[in-house]
Design a protein around this ligand. Sequence first.
Ligand code: GRF
Length: 203
Amino acid sequence: MAGLKIAVFASGQGSNFQALADAVQAGRLDVTIELLVCDKPQAPVVGRAERAGIDTWVFKPKDYPSREAYETEILAELERRGIELIVLAGYMRIITPVLVEPYYGRMINIHPALLPSFPGVNGIGQALDYGVKVTGVTVHYVDGGMDSGPIIAQRVVEVADSDTEETLAPRIHAAEQALLPGVVQQIAQGKVKLDGRKVMITG
Ligand code: GRF
């Protein structure tokens, strides 16, 4: 389906990428996934993109002198393709102003905790170690900080006393895959308005 042109950035399994690709395939998302950007050539997400017929831009960070150097190449590719929204779906790298500035308000991330609690790596394990009774997932705009941008949507996941990372992670991932495609669709429909730190969903 035509519609908003998006690029998905991912580093690993790609279950969130797959949820988006499946939603497009099922006609539930008015977007075109133009490109997968991946920093790990061996990551399973690359095969998922190939099987879905989606172009990939795969790179090795150590082939570049700096983050800014590879992001400059990525930016040129995104602009060449007219990408209107970047979705970070398990992209495990810091984003610099090279991408944040031109795409501010047009770049979102999914995080496996209820921000602003437990930003950074291993949000699931951080929440468990802290002993919270509820955790969840957050979709937010990307700013220059670590998982600190304006929050678009969140979903709560209850933590059982017996939970371990192995038992909690599947419920977090299910919540992510349920939340992310819907948020992308709301953005594609022009229903998401950013006003300072506040995000409003209309209609
Ligand atoms: C997700 O939990 C995401 O929130 C986190 O990394 C994980 C990626 O999972 N940032 P996948 O690659 O989409 O399966």
